[in-house]
Design a protein around this ligand. Structure first.
Ligand code: ADP
Length: 605
C-alpha cells in the first residue's frame, strides 16, 4: 500500500497526513506527561529545598543553643577563687571536687573538671563515681592544648573512661599571667539525636574531617563522608577522638535524576541540604527522602498520561463521528446528484422526444402549409382554368359551327389554339401536382428562373385580383440552384402572399423580384411597397406562430416553414424594411455546381 501511495504525488500528501495523524497523538501522549513530570519535580524540589532549609535553620539553632548554653561554665570555673587557689597553692581537693560537683549539677552539664599544666585531671565533678576522671592524663586532648595556649578550646570526641561522646569546652586558669591549669566542661549532645530520630528526620552533623559526630540514624554515627586519609586517621588516633573501627566511609554518592541533585546512601536517595554551623568547624546536613517526590511524579505522569490518552481517544471518537457524518452527508449529496442526473437524463430524453415530435410536426406543418397554399391555389387554379375552359367552350362551339358550314380550312388554326389552351391548363395542374408532392430529395437542383416563373403563374390570378404590379428582373440564362424546386416554390408563394397582405391597404402595390449571382450563391430579392415589417415582430419573424394578422387569417407559420426550407437547402433568408417603405426579403441560395464545373474550377485553380 505504501508503494502505491508513494507512486502518485497526491497520495504522498495523504501518507504524510496519515503519518502525522499517528505521530502527533503518540508525541502528545509522551510529551505532555514528561512535561508534567518535569513541572511537578521542579515544583516539588523547590518545596523540598524550602522545607529542608527551614528544618536546617531550626536544628542548627537548637544545636547552637545547646552548645552556647554551657560556654560560660569553663570560664566561671577558671575564675573561681577556690579553683585558682587550689591550682596555685594546692590543698584540699575535696572542697574543689564538691564545688565542681555542685556547679555541674546546677548547669546540667555532663562533667566539669580541672587539669594541671601537665594535663592530669586534679578534680572532677564525678569524683564520687567509680569511673571518675581524677588522675586521668589528658595531655593529648586538643582542648587541653588550647587551654594551655591561653585560649578557649572546643572539641568533640568520645570519653576516655566509658567512651561516651561529648562536647568539650575548656578555658585556661590564669593566675598572675601564668597558666596554672585548664577548666573543662563536657556536655552531652546525644539527647538532640534522640529528638531528631523521634521526629523521623534524616539529619547529621559532620566535623571538619567529614566524620559524622551526630546523626538521627545511629548506624551513620562515626561514619565518614569521604574515605579518610592515613594522616587524618593518625591525628584522630592521637587525640583519642573517635572509636576508630567505626570510621568507615558512608559511601554517600552524589547522583542526579531529572532536575534533581541527590545523594545516594545504601541505595536510598536523598535531597541533601548542608549548612556550616557558625562558631564551629562543623557542617549540618539535612536529608530528605525522595520517595514522595517519585510517588508524586509517577502519580502525575500516570494521571496526565491517562487524561491525555482519554483526550486523544475522545478526539479520535469525535473525528470519526464527524467523518461518518461527513460521509453520510456526501452520500446524501451523491444520491441527490444522482437523482438530479437521472431527472436531467429524463428531461434530455423528453426534450429529444419533443424535438423529434416537433420535427415531425414541423414536417407536417410544411405539408399543412402546402395544403393551405393548395387551397388558395385551388381558387387561383379554378380561376385560371375557368377562363381557358370558357375559351375552349367557345372554340369548340366555333369548330362545330365551322364543321356545319364546312369551313374546314378555318378549322385548323382554331384547333391549334385549342391545343395551346390545353397545354396551358396542363401546365397549371402540373405545377399544382409538383407543389403538393412531399419532396424529400434535397440533393436535386432546379432552375431559379423556372421556380420563380411557376410560383408567379400560381399567384398570377391573385396579383390580378389585388391589382398588384409585378416587376421581375432576372439575369439571362439558367440559374441552377441546389435543392428541391417544389419546396422552394412554396417559399416564394409564402413571400408573395405576405407581400400582397402587407400591401392590402396601399394604393401603389408593387412587387419587385430580382436575382443575381454572387460567388457560389444566387441572391434573390423579394420586395414590396407594403406597410413594412412591424418592429414588434421583426426580431422573431422566423419563429413559428409569430403573426400580426387577425386570428384565423394568419397562422404565423409561413416564414418559419420558409426559413427551414431555405436552411435545408444550405441557404439563408433575412428580412428588412426598405428606406422608401415596404419590406425586403433577401435569400441566399447555394448554386448547384456540376461535376464538370468543379473539375474545371479545380483545373483553373
Ligand atoms: P402569417 O402570414 O400567417 O402571419 P408568416 O410567418 O408568413 O405568417 O408571417 C409572419 C408575419 O410576418 C406576418 O404576420 C407579418 O406581420 C410579417 N410579414 C411577413 N411578410 C411581410 C411583408 N412583406 N411586409 C410586412 N410584414 C410582413
Amino acid at each position: 500500500m505504501l508503494k502505491r501511495l508513494w507512486e502518485n504525488g497526491e497520495s504522498g500528501a495523504g501518507l504524510y497526513k496519515m503519518v502525522a495523524g499517528a505521530v502527533l497523538p503518540v508525541f502528545l501522549l509522551l510529551a505532555i506527561p514528561l512535561l508534567v513530570a518535569l513541572f511537578v519535580q521542579f515544583d516539588y524540589i523547590q518545596d523540598m529545598e524550602r522545607v529542608s532549609d527551614e528544618r536546617l535553620t531550626l536544628y542548627e539553632s537548637t544545636l547552637k543553643l545547646e552548645l552556647n548554653k554551657y560556654s560560660y561554665l569553663p570560664f566561671l570555673i577558671a575564675h573561681n577563687g577556690l579553683v585558682r587557689k587550689f591550682l596555685t597553692e594546692g590543698g584540699d581537693s575535696g572542697a574543689v571536687n564538691r564545688f565542681l560537683e555542685e556547679a555541674n549539677h546546677k548547669a546540667g552539664s555532663r562533667a566539669v573538671y580541672i587539669l594541671n599544666p601537665q594535663g592530669v585531671v586534679l578534680c572532677a565533678s564525678n569524683w564520687r563515681q567509680d569511673k571518675n576522671f581524677i588522675g586521668l592524663d589528658l595531655y593529648f586532648r586538643p582542648y587541653f592544648k588550647d587551654g594551655m595556649k591561653g585560649r578557649e578550646g572546643k572539641f568533640y570526641g568520645v570519653g576516655i573512661t566509658v567512651g561516651k561522646p561529648g562536647y568539650y569546652m575548656s578555658y585556661p586558669v590564669v593566675v598572675e599571667d601564668e597558666i596554672v591549669g585548664v577548666a573543662v566542661t563536657k556536655i552531652d549532645l546525644s539527647q538532640l539525636q534522640t529528638i531528631w530520630q523521634e521526629g523521623g528526620e534524616n539529619l547529621f552533623v559532620a566535623d571538619a574531617n567529614g566524620v559524622i559526630i551526630l546523626s538521627s540514624r545511629p548506624s551513620w554515627k562515626y561514619r565518614t563522608l569521604t574515605p579518610l586519609s592515613a594522616e587524618t586517621l593518625q591525628t584522630i588516633h592521637e587525640r583519642g577522638q573517635y572509636p576508630e573501627p567505626k570510621l568507615h566511609w558512608l559511601e554517600a554518592r552524589p547522583s542526579s535524576i531529572g532536575l534533581m541533585d541527590m545523594v545516594t546512601i545504601d541505595r536510598e536517595h536523598f535531597l541533601q541540604t548542608s549548612r556550616h554551623i557558625a562558631g564551629t568547624d562543623w557542617e549540618m546536613s539535612y536529608l530528605m527522602g525522595v520517595r514522595v517526590l517519585w510517588e508524586r511524579t509517577l502519580g502525575s505522569v500516570l494521571t496526565s498520561f491517562v487524561l491525555v490518552g482519554l483526550a486523544i481517544l475522545m478526539r479520535m471518537f469525535l473525528k470519526e463521528r464527524e467523518q461518518k457524518q461527513e460521509s453520510r452527508r456526501q452520500a446524501k449529496e451523491a444520491r441527490k446528484i444522482r437523482a438530479i442526473n437521472t431527472k436531467l437524463a429524463q428531461e434530455i430524453e423528453e426534450r429529444k422526444r419533443t424535438e423529434r415530435e416537433l420535427r415531425a410536426a414541423q414536417d407536417e406543418l410544411i405539408e399543412a402549409g402546402k395544403l393551405a397554399a393548395v387551397g388558395e391555389m385551388a381558387t387561383a387554379v379554378g380561376h385560371e382554368l375557368n377562363q381557358p375552359l370558357a375559351a375552349l367552350k367557345m372554340y369548340v362551339a366555333s369548330c362545330r359551327l365551322m364543321l356545319s358550314r364546312n369551313k374546314l380550312d378555318e378549322l385548323d388554326p382554331t384547333l391549334v389554339k385549342v391545343s395551346g389552351i390545353g397545354d396551358r391548363m396542363a401546365r397549371v395542374t402540373g405545377q399544382l401536382k409538383s407543389f403538393a408532392r412531399k419532396s424529400m430529395d434535397q440533393d436535386s437542383e432546379f432552375d431559379l428562373r423556372l421556380a420563380i416563373d411557376d410560383a408567379m403563374t400560381l399567384m398570377l390570378h391573385q396579383f390580378e385580383v389585388e391589382n398588384c404590379l409585378v416587376r421581375l428582373t432576372l439575369p439571362g440564362g439558367r440559374i441552377p440552384v441546389r435543392g428541391d424546386c417544389g419546396r422552394f416554390e412554396q417559399v416564394l408563394i409564402n413571400l408573395f402572399r405576405n407581400a400582397l397582405d402587407a400591401m392590402q391597404d396601399e394604393e401603389d402595390k408593387r412587387l419587385e423580384i430580382s436575382a443575381n449571382q454572387q460567388g457560389n450563391f444566387a441572391l434573390l430579392y423579394v420586395q414590396d411597397t407594403g406597410e413594412g415589417i412591424d418592429p414588434e415582430v421583426s426580431d422573431r419573424l422566423f419563429e413559428p406562430f409569430v403573426t400580426t394578422k387577425t386570428k384565423g387569417v394568419g397562422l404565423g407559420l409561413g416564414l418559419s416553414i420558409s426559413y427551414k426550407i431555405i436552411k435545408d437547402m444550405g441557404g439563408s433568408i433575412r428580412a428588412e424594411n426598405r428606406k422608401r417603405g415596404g419590406a425586403r426579403f433577401l435569400l441566399w441560395l447555394p448554386l448547384h455546381i456540376s461535376r464538370e464545373q468543379m473539375e474545371g474550377e479545380d483545373a483553373n485553380g
